[in-house]
Design a protein around this ligand. Structure first.
Ligand code: CP
Length: 304
């Protein structure tokens, strides 16, 4: 494929290929080889219309580790503030002889729209409530490294499923790789079509988490809600927050993942977050390897 727009359009074999490429790059990085010349002479633009800590910085580092040049573009502080459209902004950057665009945007479909209007590969770094493919890839890589497989696992995703591009990409990804994804959260934050996406709607948080191999609480995405769709943070934590007690319902060797940023004490207790089952820091590390793999596969070596 020319672009990475979502996990939904990837075959299981393609996901596997990216993960194995990322594994090789992870091994190289772990040998403290921080620079390979693979993308020397290429330029990657990080076009971010929404805030980001993990995704933007890891894409930048990934490009730099592969010796590509990077431009970090934030909508705030750019001519977007003067009314320039997404298409015109991207065209302007494309004229500067760039080789790939990494885009994060508040609108679902923005990456796909851009892919139709530029000649270079487009990588979706999160578009509205639609998809966040590299997050799901790094989540799958984290689980693959620890469990040795992505098949036959029970994955519990808990929280604001309705507004979560991470939930959607992970439902598509883990399901394609042979695992079962259970979702739970307040009724107002579960999309009506969740089972059509491939997930199982659990009867409640306990039902989702019980005997799970992977537990993934999600942040309440207040920035995407027109009005608050759950009671107070304290009440949310009591009923839906993952703490050590709820985590004990999962398998003894269950992995705790969270895409970040975490709101401690709302969707996840500090004790669980900093506990032995938490792989949140490992996810961040794996994000660099996954993004290196994606950049390499789209603008480095052979296509497809
Ligand atoms: N998980 C994630 O996308 O984090 P950032 O918003 O910090 O990039």
């Amino acid at each position: 494929k020319r672009h990475l727009l979502g996990i939904r359009e990837l075959e299981a074999e393609e996901i596997s290929l990216i993960l194995h490429q990322a594994l090789s790059l992870k091994e190289i990085m772990e040998r403290d080889i921080k620079k390979v010349p693979t993308l020397r002479g290429k330029a990657v633009v990080n076009l971010f219309y929404e805030p980001s800590t993990r995704t933007r910085n890891s894409f930048e580092l990934a490009a730099k580790y592969l010796s590509a040049d990077t431009i970090n573009f934030s909508a705030s502080g750019s001519s977007v503030q003067k009314g320039e459209t997404l298409k015109d902004t991207a065209k302007t950057l494309e004229m500067m002889a760039i080789d790939a665009i990494v885009i994060r945007h508040q609108s679902a479909g923005a990456a796909e729209f851009l892919a139709r209007h530029v000649r270079v590969p487009v990588i979706n770094a999160g578009d509205g409530t639609h998809e966040h493919p590299t997050q799901a890839l790094l989540d799958m890589l984290t689980v693959l490294v620890k469990k040795g497989t992505l098949s036959g696992l029970k994955v519990a995703i808990v929280g604001d499923i309705l507004h979560s591009r991470v939930a959607r990409s992970n439902i598509f990804g883990f399901t394609k790789m042979g695992s079962k994804v259970y979702v739970a959260g307040p009724g107002t934050l579960i999309p009506a079509e969740v089972e059509r996406l491939g997930a199982v709607l659990a009867k409640g948080v306990e039902d989702a988490v019980r005997d799970a191999d992977v537990v993934m609480p999600l942040r309440i995405q207040l920035e995407r809600q027109k009005k608050a769709m759950f009671p107070t943070p304290g009440e949310y934590f009591k009923f839906y927050g993952i703490d050590e007690e709820k985590l004990r319902l999962a398998k003894e060797d269950a992995l705790l993942l969270h895409p970040g940023p975490v709101n401690r004490g709302i969707e996840l207790s500090s004790a669980a977050m900093d506990g032995p089952q938490s792989l949140i820091n490992e996810q961040v590390k794996n994000g660099v390897a996954v993004r290196m793999a994606v950049l390499y596969m789209l603008i480095g070596g052979e296509r497809n």
